[in-house]
Design a protein around this ligand. Structure first.
Ligand SMILES: [Zn+2]
Length: 464
């Protein structure tokens, strides 16, 4: 079946055709490892995981590269401010290298807990300094660079396609760039390829280069690493929408200026996680939640977050609320209960994947990863009158994309089906502010020998 993906370059859903038949080169911008990822960041990695699993489900052999930014990402996105890693080191009294190692491990643990598949290649910015220097030299040879007091810059006025990803006019982009003014830049949108180590400060991370001691600008690493590991197989590049206007725009400019060839064919961007009041979750806003403090510390299965993310299309902002997470906790529990019931009914019978429903599921995920509609197909399957063993085989097949570990459902939070049903109803009643009904259901659950607690982290039901 044909796969359609929304391409930010053309702003349309396009038929996906890989450069080499049967294979896909996928590059996803990884974390800057100076702090924990917040669950808004993790939403982006979940969207990319669904993309990757969908490509795999369609039979493609996916080579996935993810970088780890461990140098060069400054507190201001426009080459101003401090290196986030060096700042993390100061904050925690460690070295920048220790900070990078610690938060890389924390990020990988988050990925594992969310059942996000590992990339084929992990690569660190600090491991590809020679490749980055080489790329800057190419740009210098071709006349795209100039030197200022603090670094080597890319002259964006010399690259005609500079606005093709943002679809803004150049004046608007430059206006945005004026927030952080560096008077030595020729154009407000110009960006650093190489920054010199400040003469008065000893940096922990710095390297020799043809231009002097220093460190790479943030954007150059993704260009150098994607070309190093994917070569010409530059099919899909992803990240969050916040990277369209600066990071990805600059990646395209420097890569295409260097090679004279189109950089990635598809650019895909995931929307933000919004908290109450309409603000995006961001470290700079100081309103961020990690997987630990939002889920793990409250004994909530992190896979409930994965399930919650499926309820909103990846290009729409997703509202984070306790009610939404409650709904997801109950939804996931209900799904696992359905699977357990099917397993009991199927016994030792070997099931067959239902081809008609598989086509329906594929149609939804192949329509720009429409997980909300795909999840409706999952429910239609579970409630259908097909043989239990066939339903079970089919839902396990769908789980290759969902990644909810349904074959392990027995180990998860088992509650009897009737209790599960009442919890779902009570969650709904509370969402509708029908507190009389909610109290009634609490009494009914407690009459079955369970304790119901409404905590700031949501409803908890357990055996005393
Ligand atoms: Zn990047």
């Amino acid at each position: 079946m044909q796969l359609y993906l929304y391409n930010s370059l053309t702003r349309t859903k396009e038929l996906f055709v890989p450069i080499e038949s049967g294979q896909v080169g996928l590059y996803t911008c990884g974390p800057t490892v100076y702090n924990y990822a917040h669950i808004g960041n993790l939403r982006t990695y979940l969207f990319e995981d669904i993309l990757k699993r969908t490509l795999d489900y369609n039979g493609y052999d996916v080579k996935h590269v993810m970088n780890i930014t461990d140098v060069g990402h400054l507190t201001g996105d426009r080459d101003m401010g401090h290196d986030k890693l060096e700042e993390g080191a100061r904050r925690e009294g460690k070295t920048a290298w220790e900070i990078a190692a610690y938060y890389t491990a924390a990020f990988r643990k988050d990925m594992e807990r969310l059942n996000i598949l590992e990339p084929t290649v992990w690569c660190k910015a600090t491991d590809t300094i020679p490749e980055q220097i080489e790329l800057i030299r190419t740009l210098e040879d071709k006349g795209f660079t100039y030197r200022t007091g603090d670094g080597i810059y890319f002259d964006t006025a010399l690259f005609p396609g500079y606005t093709k990803l943002s679809h803004q006019n150049i004046e608007a982009l430059q206006e945005g760039a004026r927030v952080e003014i560096n008077p030595d830049k020729r154009n407000a949108t110009d960006f650093a390829l190489w920054k010199f180590s400040p003469p008065d400060v000893k940096r922990q991370m710095e390297w020799d280069s043809p231009w002097g001691l220093g460190f790479p600008g943030w954007h150059i690493e993704c260009s150098a690493m994607s070309m190093k590991y994917l070569g010409d197989q530059l099919d899909i590049h992803c990240c969050g929408t916040d990277h369209i206007y600066v990071h990805h725009t600059n990646e395209i400019a420097q890569s295409e200026a260097a090679t004279g060839k189109p950089f990635f064919n598809f650019w895909m961007h995931g929307a933000f996680l919004i908290i109450t009041g309409g603000k995006k979750m961001a470290k700079s806003e100081g309103n961020f939640l990690t997987l630990d403090n939002a889920f793990v510390n409250s004994s909530i299965d992190p896979l409930a977050y994965r399930f919650a993310v499926f309820q909103t299309h990846y290009r729409k902002p997703m509202e984070y609320s306790r009610e939404a997470i409650d709904g997801a906790v109950n939804g996931l529990r209900h799904l696992r209960n359905q699977v357990r019931t099917l397993r009991d009914a199927a016994g030792d019978q070997e099931g067959r994947i239902d081809d008609g429903l598989r086509q329906n599921f594929l149609k939804e995920i192949n329509d720009d990863l429409n997980m909300p509609r795909a999840m409706a197909v999952v429910q239609a399957l579970l409630k259908s009158d097909r043989a239990p063993e066939d339903r079970l085989a089919t839902v396990f097949d769908f789980d290759r994309v969902m990644g909810l570990d349904l074959s392990q459902a027995d180990k998860a939070d088992a509650l009897p089906g009737a209790i599960d049903q009442m919890i779902a109803e009570r969650t709904k009643a509370r969402q509708e502010r029908d507190f009389a009904r909610s109290d009634e259901l609490r009494d009914a659950i407690e009459a079955q020998g369970y304790v119901v607690q409404d905590t700031p982290e949501g409803m908890k039901v357990f055996k005393p």
